[in-house]
Design a binder for this molecule. Sequence first.
Ligand code: DAH
Length: 336
Amino acid sequence: MANLEEFRKEIEQFRSEKLEEIEQFRSRFLGKKGFLIALFDEIRNIPPAERKDFGQNVNNLKQRVLERYNELKAACEAKQAGPEGPDDLTRPANRITTGARHPISIVTKRLCDVFRKIGYTVAEGPDIEDDWHNFGALNFAPEHPARDMQDTFFVEPGILLRTHTSPVQSRVMEANKPPIRVVCPGRVFRNEAITARAHCIFHQVEILCVDEGISFADLKQTLDYFVKEMFGKERKIRLRPSYFPFTEPSAEMDISCDICNGKGCNICKGSGWVEILGCGMVDPNVLSLNGIDPEKYSGFAIGIGVERSTQQLFKTKDIRLFFENDIRFLQQFEAL
Ligand code: DAH
């Protein structure tokens, strides 16, 4: 009991502002070889009549050591974090949180860069377009089904949310003489049901090249270069004949699906191929409608789907993730 009194005094008198000393204090009493363990061991040697009292006193002592330890430690830490700053300058710094670029922006930029590298310049057009640039100047017949209310969001008669980036082709040709080489990124809108594969808002990058003597071979070479730069040398491509009012001949291009490695998944509808762009030789009618002489000039155009390209590059299965702005999804792109 006399021993206990001495310990109690020591505990009450102990003062320190050094974490190291405070730790030593703790282990002197509470450590594996500390006084308190020894005291607990002692209990069985105490005569039964005094045992209960002794045990209680040892327990109280233990409580008191813990309290003192926590008090001193908290005071010490509060002081270290005070205006003079922490003592430990080797402590890792607080993390600086940076924003992340949206994956669609990352891929749009990469697509543009691939073409800028071979001499194309970036051109942009308005999201709210008129009927002429979105359809008329691109050789869509007046009764073409794409003008239908089911596809197009009209703002007012004759004014709409552009359904593709192709109207930028028309705006560029209107304002410039060949040679023309432009890459046009942008957001487009269509009245479509939202699913894992489709959305009513999406993004395209449009390419237009007009000059003397441009042929389909130039288009194929450009596509080949583009796919190798963007998706890697191993990726296979295939061209399928297609139809667009503003190109003749027209094609759609697929790349082998990287998500399932060509085995078939919900992104490629089980085919192993994903369509990522439409392309073709600019229809001579489109050249004349936009003030360029089709006898002298020819050209090709390409329209790339940015969401499809992004899904392939980042193996994102559901297109809706791009529009939900879920921070857990977006943070994954911090380093890019
Ligand atoms: N504008 C077309 C669409 O949205 C895509 C397209 C096809 C663009 C062929 C082109 C092209 O420039 O040549 O469906």
